[in-house]
Each structure stands twice: as structure tokens, then as C-alpha cells.
Design a protein around this ligand. Structure first.
Ligand code: DTR
Ligand code: CA
Ligand code: ZN
Ligand code: ZN
Length: 453
């Protein structure tokens, strides 16, 4: 069967295959039941689930190389990377240098806290819908007591390496990607609060999700998922379910990290956490391994929060989860633009003075119902077209009469566009053109037909 190509957006009917995992809701459009395994459709045409599955593995070695750099920075700057100290600004410059070299548009936002200048680093990946932003952030500052490798070199490095993976893949998702490294989190979420407070209200609503990563490599790790936006939460749960790793809800997170200012203005948030000074229970040790009766991170806010204070498995898994969520929440199939044509060119013979025949046409990727003015384009080659009765049959079987038979209409062919109020019909599904030849001696066939939404 030939597939036609039109100037307007055109969905070829034979290969409209969509994948589905439950990424329905707020952040995904065109959620659909699984009809087949995710296919390697071109980016921007994937379902959200297929986009998530396309996320690359984040190399642990790369993430740890960033930790080594941050450790060296602390060692060269008084032993820490704290707000207002040289080690923090050197950390910002390290991360910024990597992002600039990778093609990001970076911005350093200055603020003052405790009499010292603070810095937020924001990096935008060119492309994507500027009205739909998926933002990923981690605080880059440490406490003054030490290098802050787990808290929060781990989150900062996972976020950085995910951004670099976007550049390596030249990933072009539907949504716009923004990444941020916050200053002065340890002083009370100061940098992220400053960013949100200075974000114009109109820009706030463009952020469709903020993902926060603070302490991803705790040495006695737990696998905690923020219990905030359900779509983001489910995305992380799907990832860990795929690994067979149980997760728990992070119930203490509110107010405890940089997602809080975003949540407070109504932006959907989520994130991951490997644990801090709380004690791992026996039940948690049973499911996650590690040591019960011991803190998830015994070096929390201490000088021993060094590169030795990292659990590689947790950091690796959590880094991959960051990429899975960034890909999955930004790459879902866009709502086809109005004027999308669904067409079939399959010929269907019409038996002379015989039973009705149908030509199927699958519509997918839509949400909601069909329009009140659904355009039905018909091309039937048939002598003495008065023989023909033509109906549109909706996916639920409801028939809409397009053309009645006529004993006087001797012209050939039915090449016409009909308008049908199909607003009571679900858009997605198999629509059919039904044709019956109710008089003998003239014959023909359905050449093609199409629906324009
Ligand atoms: N306040 C963070 C660490 C932290 C403690 N509890 C949570 C819960 C969720 C995220 C982070 C945290 C810090 O010291 O940076
Ligand atoms: Ca990995
Ligand atoms: Zn901290
Ligand atoms: Zn932290």
C-alpha cells in the first residue's frame, strides 16, 4: 500500500504504533494503552514511556570523576565548598565549564546571604517547547565542615552527567530542558528560594516539573522517592521496579531541600534521596542491604563526607534514574496539531449489488473526543454512484450517514468531503468507512479515505 505524504502533519496509518506505561496525567500528553512494544520512532514522536526507555545509561565512572574534581576543589580551598567560600565559586566554575563546552546556555545568578555573595548556576539546553520546561536541580554547596561529596556532590554530579548525556545524545525532546545547581542550600534553601522568588509568575507556570537530587550516594543507602507529584513519583517507581529494587516514600523531605520553594508556588516536584542522619531499620537493611542501626550517612555534615563516603551502587542506580526521569518526562509524544490527517490508501473492492464492505482507519495519539466538525474525505471510484450508500462508522460502532443511494444520480465516482459532528465519539480507535452497492451492473472500489482532526 502506498503511503501518501501531505504538506500538513500526516500520520501514516499503517505504522501508528504507540507504547504505553502509565505516564498519563500532568506531564505527558497522548497517554495510551500499550498496543505494542516501544518502537524506535523518531524523537518527538515517541510515547513518554518509550522516551524514558530510550534514556542512556549514565556512566558511574563519569559521575565519580566529577566527585574527584569537587574533592580536589575543596582540598585546594580550605577543605570545603561552602557558601561564601572560594571552594563554592570554584565548584560553580567547574560545572559551568563542562556545560559551556557541551553547548548549554548557562547563566550565573548572584544573590547575597549572610553578608556573602552566593551563586546559582542555571543551564538551558537549546530547543524544546519553552512553554513546557522540565527542570532538574541539585545544591552544589557543602557545609563548612567538609568537602560535601555525598551532600551534595553526589546530586550535583549526577545532574551534571545527565546534562552532559543530553548533549552527547543531542537529545531533542518535546519539552525544554533546564538544569540548575543551587547555592546556599545549607543555609536554608537560600539559592533555590532566590531563583523561584525572582522567577516571573508567567515563567513559573511553564515549569511542568522540577526534579530535585540531594544525597544520591549515601554509604548505607536507602532508596527514597519524594511523595509529591504523582506522575514524577510513579516515573521513579517505574525505574526502580525495572531494577527490582524496592523504594520507600521520602516522608521527611518537605522543607528539607531545594524542591520546597518550587512546591510552594505550585510547581510539580519530585526527587530521590539515599538518606542522611536517620538510622536504617532492620527491615530496611533486610530489603536494601547495608547496616541496620546505623545512619544512612554517618558523615552527614561532617569532615568525613569525602569521596570515600559514597556507595557506588546507589550512586550508579540513582544517576540512571535521573536520566530515566529527564528523558521520560520531557520526550512524550506531542498532541498532534489540529489539522492532523489520518488516511488510508488501501483499495477495497465493492461487490456489485452485494454486502457492505468496510475500510478501517486507526486514529491514535489524540486525547478526548473527536471534533464537532470532523472532516471525512472520501474517494470512491465507481460508475453510477447512485448505487452507493456510504456511512462513517465510529470506533464504538455508531454509524453516520454520509451519502444515501439515488436512482437518478448517474455520475461516476464519489470524491467528496463530508462534515460530521463526531463530538460524542472518542477520537482514538478504529474508524471505518462502510460502503454498499445496492443496485446491479455498475461496480467500483474504495480508493482512499481520510479523517482530518
Ligand atoms: N537537608 C538536606 C539533606 C536532607 C535531609 N532530609 C532530606 C530529605 C529529602 C532531601 C534532602 C534531605 C541537606 O542537608 O542538604
Ligand atoms: Ca549507570
Ligand atoms: Zn546538607
Ligand atoms: Zn544536601
Amino acid at each position: 500500500m502506498k503511503l501518501s505524504v501531505h504538506g500538513v502533519p500526516h500520520i501514516s496509518v499503517r505504522t501508528a504504533v504507540t507504547a504505553g506505561l502509565a505516564l498519563a496525567g500532568l506531564l505527558a500528553t497522548g497517554a495510551s494503552a500499550a498496543t505494542a512494544a516501544p518502537t524506535a520512532a523518531p524523537a518527538g514522536q515517541r510515547s513518554a514511556a518509550a522516551a524514558a526507555l530510550a534514556a542512556p545509561d549514565i556512566p558511574l565512572a563519569n559521575v565519580k570523576a566529577h566527585l574527584t574534581q569537587l574533592s580536589s576543589i575543596a582540598a585546594a580551598n580550605g577543605g570545603n565548598r561552602a557558601h561564601g567560600r572560594a571552594g563554592y565559586l570554584a565548584s560553580v566554575n567547574y560545572v559551568k565549564g563542562k556545560l559551556d563546552a557541551a553547548g548549554f546556555t548557562t547563566t550565573v545568578q548572584q544573590f547575597t546571604s549572610g553578608g556573602a555573595t552566593g551563586y546559582n548556576l542555571v543551564a538551558d539546553w537549546p530547543g524544546g517547547d519553552p512553554n513546557q520546561v522540565i527542570m532538574t536541580g541539585s545544591h552544589l554547596d557543602s557545609v563548612t565542615a567538609g568537602a560535601g561529596i555525598n551532600d551534595n556532590g553526589s546530586g550535583s554530579s549526577a545532574t551534571l552527567e545527565t546534562a552532559l548525556a543530553v548533549a552527547r545524545a543531542n537529545y531533542q525532546p518535546v519539552k525544554h530542558l533546564r538544569f540548575a545547581w543551587w547555592g546556599a542550600e545549607e543555609l536554608g534553601l537560600v539559592g533555590s528560594r532566590y531563583y523561584v522568588n525572582n522567577l516571573p509568575t508567567a515563567d513559573r507556570s511553564k515549569i511542568k516539573g522540577y526534579l530535585n537530587f540531594d544525597m544520591l550516594g549515601s554509604p548505607n543507602p536507602g532508596y527514597f522517592v519524594y511523595d509529591d507529584d504523582p506522575t514524577i513519583e510513579q516515573t521513579f517507581k517505574d525505574f526502580y521496579a525495572g531494577l527490582g529494587v524496592p523504594t520507600e516514600i521520602e516522608t521527611e523531605g518537605d522543607g528539607r531541600s531545594d524542591h520546597t520553594p518550587f512546591k510552594n508556588v505550585g510547581i510539580p516536584v519530585g526527587g530521590l534521596f539515599a538518606g542522611a542522619d536517620y538510622i536504617k531499620t532492620a527491615a530496611q537493611a533486610q530489603k536494601w542491604g547495608g547496616t541496620s542501626g546505623q545512619a544512612f550517612d554517618r558523615c552527614y555534615h561532617s569532615s568525613c563526607d569525602t569521596t570515600a563516603n559514597i556507595n557506588d551502587t546507589a550512586l550508579d542506580r540513582n544517576s540512571d534514574a535521573v536520566a530515566y526521569a529527564v528523558w521520560g518526562l520531557s520526550g512524550e509524544t506531542p498532541e498532534p496539531p489540529a489539522g492532523t490527517v489520518f488516511e488510508t490508501l488501501t483499495d477495497v473492492a465493492i461487490p456489485d449489488n452485494g454486502a457492505a464492505v468496510t475500510s478501517p482507519l486507526t486514529v491514535s495519539g489524540r486525547t478526548g473526543n473527536a471534533p464537532t466538525a470532523l472532516k471525512v474525505g472520501v474517494d470512491i471510484k465507481h460508475t453510477w454512484r447512485g448505487d452507493l450508500v456510504v456511512d462513517l462508522v465510529a470506533p464504538d460502532g455508531t454509524a453516520y450517514r454520509l451519502k444515501a443511494s439515488s436512482s437518478s444520480d448517474s455520475a461516476d465516482n464519489v470524491i467528496a468531503t463530508y462534515t460530521v459532528n463526531a463530538s460524542s465519539e472518542a477520537a482514538n480507535g478504529v474508524w471505518r468507512l462502510r460502503v454498499q452497492d445496492i443496485a446491479s451492473s455498475d461496480t467500483g472500489y474504495i480508493d482512499s479515505w481520510k479523517l482530518t482532526f
